[in-house]
Design a protein around this ligand. Structure first.
Ligand code: GUN
Ligand code: FE
Length: 438
């Protein structure tokens, strides 16, 4: 039997190649019904057109709520949850001072299991149903995360960090160990249920040429895995890459040389790209994860989202926790807007929510499965309370249309606006139940 949910619905029916096309694909049903069967979308309809065929007792009435496809976080580090908001440094010092010592703790499987559960709860409490996730160098970190995600039936992509230099001994490995452990994890987890594997070399500075050769070898052996890394985040980082790889034409060329660019390659940040690097991302159909709260927090710089449209490069939004300062996609979109403003580019509510849903799914090459309410899509969605405070009620109340309401949601919204989160057709998180998944 179908599940029928009556509420307001918002999504995007198709991929947009240009920002102007986003509005054409936007779909808003003030009074709609979402039909679900066995974890998938059967259809999204106007209430008027189907109300007579539905048995009133079978309808879950959520009038007053706004339902959107679950948010897609295209770049996040689960082991950095416990150091979010660490003070005072830019990228390289921040890694050495705060990040590496915390990641060392994921050697312990119990710690990894406990933090995996906490982390996935944070995603769900913020309406995020899918993410591309960094583990640590320890394979047990990824075993713990995938086990917890499988229990919730979440669609996630994750991988073990690969790194063999320029990090403490307790976090480095040999290229051969990295290869063997990664290979074992792919065999265990890749394409098991809704789980997928991403080859995860941390970034060029912690990768020797021999390690990158192993990543390349794995990608050739397992061509449908993802590739997830960092690129062009911080000026000192970029100078360091050029010093470490003088034989390469630039930062991206280090990855490109080992054939690590491509349709399922996701590069976090991409703030200080050179002309030919933009061109290379386009030519290889690679994707970018734009992480505004992280880029502001670490003082890394302003991502040029306008350029990504001009260049035809796919972009998703990443929170990049723990350099990012929130798990919440609404707050992250609000910061993305400000990053645009500082460059005289206006990120509309339509563009912001596009990137957070279907655009993010497209950037992860998952738009065949998630990202909107088209028939056959997996039923991952977030139930939003449009106004949860006196200020929000005032401001939403005087908004003239859905666009202004969505804009207010992304400038004033936070985790209080997330009423429920559904995964694969089932409710897995309720605000009313507190910080507890069903
Ligand atoms: N570059 C290499 N590692 C990291 C990381 O953990 N976070 C961020 N923001 N950038 C990185
Ligand atoms: Fe990151």
């Amino acid at each position: 039997k179908d599940t029928a949910i009556r509420a307001s619905f918002f999504d995007f029916a198709a991929i947009a190649e240009q920002p102007e096309a986003i509005l054409e694909h936007a779909r808003y049903l003030e009074d709609g019904v979402l039909l679900l069967r066995e974890g998938r979308v059967v259809g999204l309809h106007e209430w008027q057109s189907v109300s007579e065929q539905l048995n009133p007792h079978d309808i879950i009435d959520m009038r007053g709520k706004l339902i959107m496809p679950g948010f897609v976080d295209t770049h996040i580090h689960y082991p950095q949850t416990e150091m979010i908001g660490a003070f005072g440094e830019q990228l390289l010092e921040w890694l050495n001072q705060y990040t590496f010592p915390v990641e060392a703790q994921y050697h312990c499987p119990d710690h990894a299991a406990q933090m995996s559960a906490f982390f996935l709860h944070q995603l769900l409490a913020n309406g995020t149903t899918s993410a591309l996730i960094f583990g640590t160098v320890h394979p047990q970190s990824v075993d713990a995360l995938f086990s917890a995600a499988e229990a919730l039936d979440m669609r996630i992509i994750a991988g073990k960090v690969m790194m063999d230099r320029n990090a403490p001994d307790y976090l480095t490995e040999t290229p051969e160990e990295s290869y063997q452990q990664t290979r074992a994890l792919i065999t265990r987890w890749h394409e098991r249920g809704r789980l997928s594997y991403a080859l995860t070399p941390r970034f060029a500075p912690t990768s020797s040429p021999a390690l990158l050769e192993k990543v390349q070898q794995l990608r050739e052996e397992f061509p449908d895995t993802w590739l997830h890394t960092h690129l062009s985040e911080n000026p000192q980082e970029i100078a360091w890459v050029k010093a470490l790889f003088p034989e390469r034409a630039g930062y991206l060329d280090v990855y490109h040389h080992y054939k690590l660019t491509g349709r399922r390659s996701v590069f976090a940040h991409c703030i200080h790209l050179e002309e030919r690097e933009w061109q290379c991302l386009h030519d290889t159909d690679s994707s970018i994860a734009f992480c505004p709260t992280s880029n502001l927090f670490l003082g890394s710089g302003l991502f040029n989202i306008k350029r990504s449209w001009q260049q035809g490069v796919k972009v998703g939004i990443g929170t990049d926790v723990g350099a990012g300062t929130t798990f919440n996609m609404l707050q992250t979109l609000g910061e993305a807007y400000k990053v645009g403003q500082l460059q005289q580019y206006k990120i509309s509510a339509a563009e912001a929510f596009y990137h957070a849903t279907l655009g993010g799914a497209h950037a992860l090459d998952l738009d065949h499965a998630i990202g909107n309410f088209n028939p056959g899509k997996e039923a991952d969605f977030v139930v939003l309370d449009p106004a949860v405070s006196a200020l929000q009620t005032l401001r939403i109340g005087n908004s003239k249309d859905i666009w202004e309401k969505l804009f207010v949601l992304m400038t004033l919204g936070d985790d209080r606006n997330i009423a429920q989160t559904w995964v694969n057709g089932r409710p897995v998180w309720h605000r009313d139940a507190g910080e507890k998944a069903a």
